[in-house]
Ligand binder design. Structure first.
Ligand SMILES: [Zn+2]
Length: 1135
């Protein structure tokens, strides 16, 4: 204690003596002591010295010593050594030096010093340190120092290289000041710097003076901080100079820092420009119901060119993405956490009058019709009438004649008066409707009624839900395509045509399909496409091309697509092999960026040929044209424009979500005209997210028609050299809405096709369309035994686009014994939803797994059906899915932000889904579990978001005493069980915080307003896993479907926990799940370590963001090393 304060006093005394000393000898002695003190110590010691006025003392000494003439270098050298050492650690050093007058003195010293390096170098380094302060740098600039420095910086030489380096470093520090930078431009320094760099690069063949190359580049970088600097750099042909120099560096390790710096400079100087589009607004718009034309979101039009956010280069494009708008990359900002305890408690309330909820009775027919019926039977004592009478319709053959099942496919319920279920059994006979209808309804287990009254769920007036006769109101679609249907005249497949004239896969796919017997020897020449189709049906479970065609015909799109995508038609099965994460494509990323820069340097090299443009007439291509052909005129397709850049390279632009000008991430399009064995590069140039799993091992997916016809009907992960990086296209200021980051991002990948003249489909992720869903639902129902499984397909409501949003009920058909009926009535509800975000097709595959599992013969599935009634809305946003949107509905809004106050006209599916949940609550049937399936683009694994009062308060570091608050921690059970049951699931990625920004999401609203404790968002990665059994693998549809099945299995644990084992039905099944007791035990263990492992924003070694030009810390200078006697300079001097 005493020694420390003694030291402090000693140091202070020493410094004050030094400061006032004008005597060379005593100054020298003190400097020696200080040097010894600092050489032994750490950075801490230097900081301590600074805090005690060390910087000022040294600078005063410098001023004092310069008053002695001639300069005494015995003092100056150790003094400068200390100044450099201390100054580097003192942020205010430049300012202090200026105030004390040391800057001028140092400059003078430099001017009068002998030209030897040992005198010059210390001054240069000191000047560099002063110039770290911008105002000091600017002041130094006024004194003409740059000219002086420039004289010291020579073209390539082996002499005085240390002086040259120090001078260049000092210059680069000075150029951080905008004033100096401007002065340098006025003097034409940028040309000189480029010439000097080129000279050193070319002649320093041994790469002995890399630090000089680097210092020169730093000068250039600092000048190009300004808009003027960028312009001058371009005028001086800087791009060409740096590009060729960087390319020449190759992959030499030592040179990589230089290449990195040069790449940074080139990318920031690449002139910003808008996307090559007339408007970034979606090609399609949709007139919303009940909105006057004037209320439609801004009409599409050409941007005023100057309005494009091309400026902004001078802005610090700092850490972006604070506005991440998904349940993704959830905002860790503590300010976003809810801390109002009243809002952190479920507070069930109805958002509409109870009478309005009555309309949802029809969506719980198992409660009204069936229940009532059973109850009536019981009360009437008609036990001899089996309650399964409704289910005794003989199971249908799966493949019926077309006409028959065409009628049957009309799954939706007609409008139903609420009291229509009072009659039962016998009324089957009364039905005088047209054949198939009553059959269908009987099979559905419900008594059909007359089609009377207005459908309660019509959201947008005019469109009625009359089965099969619906014609879409053409006026609803405001087509802006110059030529909507002139795109491709399809050769219709004889076997697969329908009334709309939709053809499968377009001309090329049809060709392949009709030639397929020559492709695969398994097929005899007599096979027709129809035969093939039947074979395909056998190969792919729950798929049927014919059913699909019927379903697709009924699907209504804004894009009015004319073709059916072949993969949708033909079907997909997961390949048998697993697909590993690719690892990072090290080394080639820069080559890709150089290729991009090359386009600017040599514009003549680029073809810039528009191959496909949704807004224009199809291009007539000569027969010898070898360009690829693109199309996306099918469900979920969204290619907007394709531009051929080089012979085998294409820029692609995705269409924005309808009624918006953003949300580009999903892509799905068709390619044909390829040649086998040639690497084609594709660049999707209008991505918006700031980072992507494409940088972390993910690949896009591809489906080859040729392969499918050979029996390999798979979407597979493809592509190499996959990178995702910021490009030079900038977003319209109206689009960025105040975001700092105005750039688009490029996803680039390279594909080498297996077959020439194949037809391939490429997508962001395994597509799963609305028509596919409807097909699967139909086949699912056909596949099951109605005696055992109660499966009901109803319509929640009609969407804005006139499509029907299905809701499925699955449970076990009860037996007729009173205790069985009692058990049936007491079953708890589980409500599942998916695909509110159309680009998250992974959610649909998970849902497919859930549905198929629930109707399966699996013992757990049977037990689940016995325990629960499942209400499933498998696609909350059919319109978005159909029209190839990524995030929005036709209203241009994110439907998962509308749950608080859904508008029945604009957000019908959300309004009615919430209505259904509210209804269940109002009749005391609040579901036990609610889960909304999503996809996550920036994280690996599958995980859940839930809602916890305590964890939110803890995380927010709230002052509220959480010990006094009670919370049921039952919300943790499912994630814990899934962590053990499901290989893809990771509890470590789960999070149970309630964020204000998520207030209007399904998860939070259902938890808070409906009062469901176990309300979740389940996020499935687009990519793969970094833990568990699938570690290192990308997820395929098999794994996603498995996740869906495992999720259900996990629900059985709740049953085990919640229900008493006295119930015989339950006890039988408890053994099905082999859980350890441990699970039960740690259930009450408090967990506060819910960690959220976000993918790091961007690893250092990949410079995707080089545009930002993060200043690296300079290496710390040690003058002793710099003045090392063995240096070249000194050798030079001795000669
Ligand atoms: Zn989502």
């Amino acid at each position: 204690m005493t020694s420390a304060s003694g030291n402090a006093t000693g140091l202070e005394v020493l410094l004050s003596t030094l400061k006032s000393s004008h005597d060379v000898q005593s100054t020298l002695s003190i400097l020696q002591i200080l040097d010894e003190l600092l050489s032994a110590g750490t950075v801490k010691r230097i900081s301590y010295m600074i805090s005690k006025g060390g910087s000022e003392a040294l600078l005063h000494t410098l001023v004092n010593m310069t008053r002695i003439f001639p300069p005494n270098y015995h003092v100056f050298l150790p003094l400068m050594h200390l100044i450099v050492k201390v100054g580097q650690r003192d942020k205010g050093f430049g300012q202090k030096a200026q105030e004390i007058g040391a800057t001028d003195e140092t400059l003078n010293l430099l001017k009068v010093s002998p030209p030897q390096p040992k005198y010059v170098i210390p001054c240069l380094w000191a000047l560099k340190i002063y110039a770290a302060s911008a105002s000091t740098g600017a002041a130094l600039g006024n004194s003409g120092i740059m000219r002086l420095l420039f004289k010291l910086i020579s073209p390539y030489t082996t002499k005085n290289t240390k002086s040259i380096r120090a001078a260049t470093e000092a210059l680069s520090a000075l150029l951080k000041s905008k004033w100096n930078s401007r002065r340098a431009l006025d003097n034409g320094y940028i040309q000189w710097l480029l010439k000097l760099y080129q000279d050193w690069h070319q002649r320093d063949t041994q790469n002995k003076y890399i630090s000089i190359h680097k210092a020169l580049l730093k000068c250039i970088r600092n000048i190009t901080n300004t808009q003027m600097g960028k312009k001058a750099f371009l005028q001086a042909d800087g791009m060409r100079v740096l590009l060729s120099a960087s390319r020449a560096c190759g992959s030499t390790t030592d040179l990589q820092p230089i290449v990195k710096l040069a790449t940074q400079i080139m990318r920031r100087c690449y002139p910003k420009e808008p996307l090559p589009l007339l408007t970034v607004r979606s090609c399609y718009s949709f007139v919303l119901p009940n909105t006057a034309d004037s209320q439609i979101l801004e009409p599409p039009g050409r941007f005023p060119q100057e309005d494009v956010a091309v400026k902004g280069n001078d802005e610090k494009e700092g850490d972006e993405d604070s506005t991440e708008n998904e349940e993704t990359g959830y905002n860790e900002d503590e300010d976003d956490l809810e801390t109002d305890v009243t809002r952190l408690r479920p507070n069930p309330q109805l958002d509409r009058p109870v009478e309005e909820l009555k309309q949802y009775e029809r969506l719980c027919p198992e409660l009204i019709g069936y229940f009532q019926h059973l109850r009536d039977e019981q009360t009437n004592g008609q036990d001899n009438v089996s309650c399964s009478a409704f289910f005794t319709t003989p199971g249908h053959q799966r493949h019926k004649k077309t006409r028959e099942w065409q009628e049957d496919l009309i799954e939706e319920d007609p409008p139903m008066p609420h009291n229509s279920f009072s009659s039962r059994g016998a009324n089957q006979m009364d039905l005088a409707d047209s054949g198939g209808e009553s059959e269908r309804l009987i099979k559905n287990g419900c008594a059909p009624i007359q089609d009377s009254g207005r459908c309660p769920e019509q959201p947008c007036g005019g469109i009625t839900l009359k089965p099969s006769k619906h014609k879409m109101k053409e006026t609803h679609w405001n087509m802006q395509r110059a030529s909507a249907d002139s795109s491709e005249k399809n050769i219709r497949l004889q076997e697969v045509q329908n009334t709309r004239g939709t053809s499968v896969g377009g001309e090329e796919s049809s060709r392949l399909l009709s030639q397929s017997w020559s492709i695969n020897t398994e097929y005899t020449p007599h096979d027709s496409p129809r035969k093939l189709s039947e074979m395909c049906r056998e190969m792919i479970p729950f798929h049927d091309p014919y059913v699909y065609t019927i379903m697709a015909e009924k699907t209504k799109s804004a894009t009015d697509y004319q073709t059916l995508a072949f993969p949708d038609y033909w079907g997909h099965t997961a390949p048998l092999y697993q697909e590993p994460l690719t690892g990072q494509w090290c080394g080639h990323q820069r080559d890709k960026i150089f290729e991009d820069i090359q386009r600017f340097v040599n514009p003549g090299d680029s073809l810039n040929k528009v191959i496909f443009d949704i807004g224009s007439l199809p291009l007539v291509t000569p027969a010898e044209d070898v360009s690829l052909k693109f199309n996306s005129n099918f469900e979920s397709g969204n290619l907007r424009k394709a531009i051929q850049i080089r012979k085998y390279e294409y820029d692609l632009i995705m269409n924005a979500d309808i009624n918006t000008d953003l949300q580009h991430q999903w892509f799905y399009f068709k390619i044909c005209g390829m040649r086998a064995g040639i690497p084609y590069r594709f660049n999707i140039i209008n991505c918006e997210k700031t980072n992507s799993q494409f940088n972390y091992g993910m690949q896009p997916v591809m489906y080859s028609v040729h392969e499918a016809l050979c029996g390999r009907a798979h979407w597979v992960r493809v592509g190499s050299d996959i990178y995702y990086y910021k490009n030079h296209y900038c977003r319209h200021s109206a689009v960025t809405r105040g975001q700092k980051d105005t750039s688009y991002y490029t996803l680039t990948f390279t594909i080498t096709f297996l077959h020439s003249k194949d037809v391939c489909y490429l997508a962001y992720h395994y597509p799963y369309t609305y028509s596919t869903l409807m097909t699967h639902l139909h086949l699912l129902k056909e596949s099951l035994n109605p005696d055992q499984i109660y499966f009901r397909h109803q319509i929640l409501c009609s969407t804005l686009g006139g499509n029907k949003c299905p809701v499925i009920t699955i449970t076990a058909s009860p037996g007729s014994q009173p205790e069985q009926l009692h058990q049936f009535w007491n079953r708890q509800y589980v409500v599942l939803t998916a695909r509110v975000h159309p680009g998250e097709s992974n959610a649909s595959w998970v849902m497919k797994g859930t549905l198929e599992f629930l109707v399966s013969d699996d013992a757990i599935a049977r037990s689940l059906r016995d325990s629960y009634i499942f209400k499933i809305i498998p696609m909350l946003n059919p319109d978005g899915v159909i029209n190839g949107c990524h995030r929005c509905s036709l209203s241009g809004e994110d439907l998962n932000r509308q749950w608080s106050e859904p508008n029945p006209d604009l957000h019908p599916t959300i309004y009615h889904a919430k209505g259904l949940l509210s209804y269940m609550r109002s009749i005391s049937k609040t579901p036990l579990v609610y889960c909304d399936y999503h996809g996550h683009s920036r994280k690996k694994n599958v995980f859940m978001y839930g809602c916890s009062l305590k964890e939110t308060l803890w995380q927010a570091r709230s002052s509220i005493d959480t010990a006094t608050l009670k919370e049921d921690i039952g919300y943790r059970t499912i994630p814990k069980v899934l962590d053990r049951l499901s290989p893809a699931f990771s509890i470590n990625h789960c999070c149970f915080l309630v964020q204000k920004s998520r207030e209007a999401t399904a998860r939070v609203v259902v938890w808070r307003e409906i009062g469901i404790l176990r309300s979740y968002t389940m996020e499935s990665t687009y990519c793969g896993c970094d833990q568990g059994k699938y570690k290192g693998l990308q997820l395929g549809t098999r794994e996603l479907e498995e996740m869906g099945a495992k999720f259900c299995a996990g629900l059985l644990k709740l049953k085990k926990d919640e229900w008493s084992c006295s119930n015989q039905l339950v006890t039988e099944d408890v053994g099905l799940l082999d859980f350890d007791n441990e699970l039960q035990n740690d259930r009450h263990m408090s967990r506060s370590d819910v960690s959220v492992d976000d993918e790091p924003p961007c690893p250092e070694e990949i410079d995707y963001y080089t545009d930002n030009c993060a200043e690296e810390d300079d290496d710390h200078i040690d003058l002793v090393t710099e003045l090392n006697m063995s240096s070249d300079d000194e050798l030079e001097l001795k000669k």
